[in-house]
Design a protein around this ligand. Sequence first.
Ligand SMILES: [Zn+2]
Ligand SMILES: [Zn+2]
Length: 348
Amino acid sequence: MSREKGFAIEIRERYQDVAGDRWPAAVGPQPDELLSSWLHRLAIANGVAPRSFAGGLGLGGGMWSPRLDARLPEDVAAWLGARTGVACEAISAMAMTDGALAPLWLPLRETARRSRSTWIQYCAVCLADDSAPYFRRSCRLASRISCFTHRCGLRDRCPACRAGIVPFAQTELVPQYVCVCCGFDLRGAAKVSVGLAARRLERSIDDICKAEIAKGSPTIHEWVARLLRVPVIVGIGSGRPLTSLPASARIRCFEQLAQRADDERVVAADRAAPRRCRIAPTTGGRDGLITRFADFLDAHQRSPRFSRARPPGADLAALLAAYARAVGDGPRSKRRGGGAGLHKSLAA
Ligand SMILES: [Zn+2]
Ligand SMILES: [Zn+2]
């Protein structure tokens, strides 16, 4: 062996032979990550701006990645799988596959008119905490108004310039948490406050949706139709459905609905009990809130269409009462088992 210093040169396999069709940078999906979010990260990691990446995929411009969220063709999933090493199933799972909740998806809108919804929402604290900031699938639903982890409201636009979040239109190698329109770092957006009752209501709605989907229950369609009409019940949004309203208006809807359901509960308690036994508005917790919410929806939202078309077992009040019984009003540790209890209760 020579003692002379120098570089050892060795002939190895060609990169093409080793990597095949794989792109150089691997990007793994994050928990609950939306397909479009992963695509934007994938593009930037591989040195291509998202707008140009769409061309590479043979897709048109505009909202190319949110369109894939809504409908991912199998051949595109397979093509992406071959180039990223991520299983096709994992790629497909990032798309919005839950058809039963499709009416609650925020519509694809590139412009962000003040009084209208935008296509995606985010929690600034989540983005700040993420090692690789990403957008969540759950934030595509109009029925989501807050972050369950950070207990703050979701935002649906840039707080600096009020534009919508449009990372698919990014023409530079800039991460998706930076506003495409003004360059504001969305991770620095201030927390939005949402009342406790509204957050409890939202959480219950989310739990029920998940349980109904897991059961494959046909009542989910009626449940979703009722949720869409929540703004009409509380008189916000000039008769438009939940999906049309911006995040700030949907937060107001939930706060008012929670308040009105609670007011009705207090009135009912007044009628039923002497003054000294009244239930204060802050007591009753989740149990009381859900029960009154169900009664409230039934009283205010029953339409001839629902009355005629209501399938057997589709009584929302009964469903929510069962949920309230299963979840109870106990401490946090007790609630954790609520899902299983609900299944048991609904199956009975
Ligand atoms: Zn968060
Ligand atoms: Zn901006």
